[in-house]
Design a protein around this ligand. Structure first.
Ligand SMILES: Nc1ncnc2c1ncn2[C@@H]1O[C@H](COP(=O)(O)OP(=O)(O)OP(=O)(O)O)[C@@H](O)[C@H]1O
Length: 324
């Protein structure tokens, strides 16, 4: 197994990932050429409607399934060519998981501290009790250390699950709907716990969810639609001259290696783009418009209600004020 250490190598790289399922002669294309790049230390959410391919992606990244075609490389490990022994090592040393079902994450007959210690025992680590206590403390559940999972709330169980998932010091933390069984306010707490573990331990973190509010807790949100990455939202905070911190969110459309671009559905519907669109190469952007729309040669750029979508990289922008 090779390990990439080059500073600029992405921690997760999926290129043209395809997964086709065939059941009773019917073919379902769960992933249709998905591209995704996550850099070391990033905290990224993949969101999408039910059936868009999120779980299929995570199952491949966790080494439990193989793609039909395409490439997936995590922390320098090519997942497509792993043999059984490499897969065990990958799942033990490289990735940590948090699943939706709280019961799948923890052993029911072990206390919180004992659950967190399991990966430390497997790794032959020393000072296991101290390390387990430290991780429970980082997750804000130090008071649960001697409790069994059944004696904890769903949110506490997921925090212990996060502590357990990172105990073996994985390079990547994968979470599949980690808040799927939780109410809204507990979900926000658990997502903040994931943000905290990402910031404190530097573990690259990928959260897959249908919950759009996840974008408030992560650096980057990747939207998947029909098994492909369609748009991305980047969030950053900036302090203005008035000393007030403002949250900026920018939405980008994703361009693949061969130049394919999936326009957001709202843009397509609003401008009634269909079948064939007119492209215009400007000096710093590409203009996409309805095939029957001819923009005036020196007309000013559209204000947003015309029949053009200017594709200069940024599809839309929203700025909000926030306390973060
Ligand atoms: N093992 C399988 N066999 C056949 N079809 C499958 C299998 N797993 C997933 N699919 C199909 O692939 C598509 C994508 O499923 P996937 O579970 O990845 O979507 P999802 O975005 O995670 O949805 P949800 O949010 O509902 O879990 C769906 O049409 C699903 O029915």
């Amino acid at each position: 197994m090779t390990t990439t250490t080059a500073a600029d190598a992405p921690e997760i790289l999926c290129e043209d990932l395809v997964r086709v399922f065939v059941t009773e002669g019917v073919e379902v294309q769960a992933l249709q050429g998905l591209n995704l790049r996550v850099d070391a230390g990033e905290l990224v959410a993949v969101v999408g409607a039910s059936g868009s391919g999120k779980s299929t992606l995570l199952t491949i990244l966790s080494g439990l399934d193989r793609p039909t075609a395409g490439t997936a490389v995590v922390a320098g490990t090519p997942l497509v060519t792993m043999d059984a022994r490499q897969r065990r090592r990958y799942q033990r040393d490289v990735v940590g998981f948090v699943w939706q079902q709280t019961s799948r994450n923890l052993l029911p007959y072990l206390t919180a501290a004992e659950n967190v210690a399991v990966p430390l025992v497997v790794a032959g680590a020393r000072a296991r009790a101290e390390r387990a206590a430290e991780l429970l403390d980082v997750m804000g559940v130090a008071d649960c250390r001697d409790r069994l999972p059944a004696q904890m709330s769903g949110g506490q169980q997921q925090r212990v699950a996060i502590a357990t998932a990172v105990a073996g010091s994985p390079r990547v933390l994968l979470a599949d709907e980690p808040t799927g069984e939780l109410d809204e306010s507990t979900s926000a707490d658990v997502l903040e716990a994931m943000r905290h573990v990402n910031a404190t331990l530097g573990v690259t973190t990928l959260i897959v969810t249908h919950d759009p509010t996840v974008s408030e807790h992560v650096h980057r949100t990747v939207q998947i639609r029909d098994g492909r990455t369609s748009t991305e939202v980047l969030r950053r905070t900036e302090r203005g001259e008035d000393g007030v911190e403002r949250l900026h969110a920018e939405e980008f459309a994703v361009l693949d290696k061969v130049g394919r671009l999936q326009l957001p559905r709202e843009v397509v519907e609003r401008l009634d783009l269909r079948d064939r669109v007119r492209l215009g190469l400007e000096h710093d952007h590409v203009r996409v418009s309805r095939h029957d729309h001819v923009p005036a040669a020196d007309a000013p750029p559209p204000s947003g209600d015309g029949a053009d979508a200017a594709a200069s990289g940024t599809a839309a922008r929203t700025d909000e004020e926030g306390p973060r």
